[in-house]
Design a protein around this ligand. Structure first.
Ligand code: WTA
Length: 643
């Protein structure tokens, strides 16, 4: 995208019709009669009357030109295991076979929900695309989640079929995954949802690597059953554009997970458009997004967006630093990856494990994406200079599970990069920042407030599965001007993020509104404080939480971990405080600086500030069993609170 007029074409005066440009990247059975139907506000419907199939758009339509081109290159974690390549033709064959099985063996039909509980194996996108082919609504539960978590999600969406796998590699270990199934089914059943079939992929065809027994009459090996469906073809079902394509559960800080319902036509149009224009993906590119498909990033930007554009999408099974800090860069060099996509947490991890590793490998990125949290300028710099070798542009993409695709980002050919800022809104997105009282904060004023989106867009989720009330309450009530209105102008979308907009129009995301620390009436983004910590050369990661303070209301408490080769010392603690004072001001001075061996993290690598905040404030840390490193919590607690 080198044409600045794109922003005019996507101007509000051309809204919502402008989104035809994205929709036209797809192949439709039938065009829509209504681009945006607002009659059920704020449940927006896009491209109503249109008929489309996501599987057809990601697979079949590419066969004429690209049948022998790699669609997915799969890199297993064990380095002695060969990569596997699925050409578009092979993907087509396998998606059809699985679709035939789901229809004829599992008895599933359009509109049924199917829960997938799968790690990063090629069978995951194959299964998703097979579901999409039939109009089944897939609900992929991140592989690292427990059986309990999976069971709750099965029950919530009412799926009677669970698709899983026997095991997979993570950090050098072959994990037993099937062992989670019995509990998942039990939990679902307790909540009133019977599961009558569990379809089990095998990591190694024909060889079962789980210790857990298969339950007769309930559990079936996919590779066995698929023999009956060899070479079967299933016509893609033309789906109404506004029918759901999938559910993606996301957790709030409390309460039960929300099943974000994404549409078929609108979602596909949005992820295809943003993949193309923000990530510059072409069929010739080798694109590697290191996220897990179990999260929204993987759905939108490993599977649906890139495949809709006939790209080659790389999937890696395991941990980017296994068996050593050079692994990611070896993969990039071997496959000649030229577009790379990951999250700040991973960048920090790679930087910590091997700050000089990228130089050792001969790869060349033209483009790099970062997503998921604000990236500290120091980390950004390493990403740019060392990972990108100064050759690649970076886009810092801000969005959410609920939004389907990017909301803010620079477009590489049109905007300069600005470390730590996501950039302006992407075409067709109109953010607004409100204060607590619903007044608009002046654009470009640099004042913090709640960032909202004025207008609907095709990638936005449609509702929370089975809970429209919560959908309205959580996302649209806050700044709604008139609850009876059918005009989208009255229903800004509340993101729960705080942000500032600089004079140049770039947004900087300060974090979730619950992550904002109000210190003596001054708003401090925890991210700002953390960035400041990272200026200290010994610091690898930093996390800042609010500590209750009688005089100032709240003060920041700082947790940091060190790069290898450094020992905790009073000097480092002092340097952190000093750096915060220098970067932000004395107002942000932390009460404590704790040097910890590691941060408590979710399995997707997000630092659990909630847990640290609880420790700081002497509160119960709650259930930490789902963390990637639960043991660290007790260690930190002892350090902070004593025995
Ligand atoms: C945060 C991930 C700063 C934000 C796609 C948002 C970011 C939440 C960025 C959504 C970014 C995401 N800069 N913050 N580039 N991207 N966030 O649902 O707080 O896992 O609300 O979606 O991550 O996280 P989610």
């Amino acid at each position: 995208m080198t044409d600045p007029e794109m922003y005019e074409r996507f101007g509000l005066e051309n809204f919502p019709e402008c989104y035809k440009e994205y929709a036209d990247l797809l192949t439709w059975y039938q065009y829509w009669h209504t681009t945006l139907d607002t009659s059920d506000a704020p449940c927006w419907k896009w491209f109503v009357g249109g008929k489309i199939n996501a599987s057809y758009n990601c697979v079949d339509r590419h066969l004429a030109k690209y049948k022998n081109k790699a669609a997915i290159i799969y890199v297993p974690e064990p380095e002695d295991e060969a990569h596997s390549v699925l050409t578009y033709q092979e993907l087509y064959v396998r998606v059809n076979e699985v679709a035939a099985l789901l229809r004829d063996f599992a008895g599933l039909k359009a509109g049924d929900r199917v829960t997938l509980h799968m790690p990063m194996v090629p069978e995951l996108p194959i299964t998703m695309l097979a579901c999409a082919r039939l109009g089944l609504i897939h609900s992929e539960v991140y592989g690292g989640f427990s059986g309990q978590a999976c069971g709750e999600r099965i029950a919530d969406c009412g799926s009677r079929v669970l698709i899983t796998i026997d095991g997979y590699y993570r950090n050098g270990k072959l994990l037993d995954h099937k062992e989670k199934t019995d509990l998942a089914v039990e939990v679902a059943e307790k909540k009133g949802q019977a599961v009558d079939k569990v379809l089990v992929w095998r990591r190694y065809t024909g060889k079962y690597i789980s210790e857990t027994a298969m339950e007769e009459g309930r559990d079936y090996f996919m590779d066995d059953v698929l023999k009956d469906y060899a070479d079967k073809k299933v016509d893609p079902v033309p789906m109404p554009a506004e029918d759901p394509l999938f559910l993606m559960y996301t957790s709030g800080t409390t309460g039960k997970p929300k099943g974000c319902q994404h549409s078929t036509g609108g979602y596909m149009a949005y992820v295809a458009g943003t993949s193309k224009y923000v990530q510059d993906i072409h069929p010739e590119d080798v694109y590697w997004c290191m996220a897990d498909i179990g999260w929204i990033t993987g759905h939108s930007y490993i599977v649906y967006g890139p495949l809709a554009l006939a790209a080659t999408s790389v999937m890696y099974e395991g941990v980017p630093t296994y068996p050593d800090a050079g692994r990611a860069w070896r993969i990039a060099a071997q496959l000649d990856v030229n577009i790379f996509h990951t999250a700040p947490t991973t960048i920090r991890m790679l930087r910590k494990a091997g700050p000089d590793e990228p130089q050792k490998y001969n790869y060349h990125f033209k483009h790099m994406t970062t997503v998921g949290e604000a990236i500290e300028p120091q980390v950004w710099k390493w990403y740019h200079e060392i990972v990108g070798k100064g050759e690649a542009v970076i886009v810092d993409t801000w969005w959410q599970t609920e939004t389907g695709g990017f909301l803010c980002s620079t477009l590489p050919a049109l905007h300069p990069m600005k470390p730590g800022s996501t950039g302006p809104a992407v075409p067709g997105i109109y953010p607004v920042i409100y204060d607590e009282n619903g007044n608009e904060i002046q654009a470009g004023s640099g004042k913090a407030g709640n960032i909202c989106i004025r207008n609907p867009w095709p990638g936005a989720f449609q509702t929370i599965w089975g809970d429209r009330e919560r959908y309205v309450a959580q996302y649209y009530q806050m700044y709604c001007k008139n609850k009876d209105s059918k005009d989208w102008r009255d229903w800004p979308y509340f993101t729960s993020d705080a942000a500032v907009q600089a004079e140049d129009g770039y947004y900087r995301i300060l974090g979730r509104v619950d992550d904002v620390i109000n210190v003596a009436g001054h708003r401090l983004g925890t991210k700002e404080v953390e960035s400041a910590c990272l200026f200290v050369p010994e610091i690898a990661e930093a996390s800042v939480v609010p500590l209750g303070d009688q005089v100032r209301g709240r003060v920041p408490d700082v947790y940091v971990s060190l790069k290898p080769g450094h020992e905790p010392s009073k000097e480092i603690e002092k340097a952190v405080t000093k750096s915060i004072e220098i970067t932000i001001g004395k107002i942000a001075r932390p009460k404590h600086v704790y040097i910890v061996p590691d941060m408590p993290k979710t399995r997707s690598g997000k630092i659990m500030r909630r847990v640290l905040a609880a420790i700081s404030n002497g509160r119960d840390v709650g259930d930490v069993t789902t963390l990637a490193n639960a043991d660290i919590v007790e260690e930190i607690r002892k350090m902070v609170q004593g025995e």
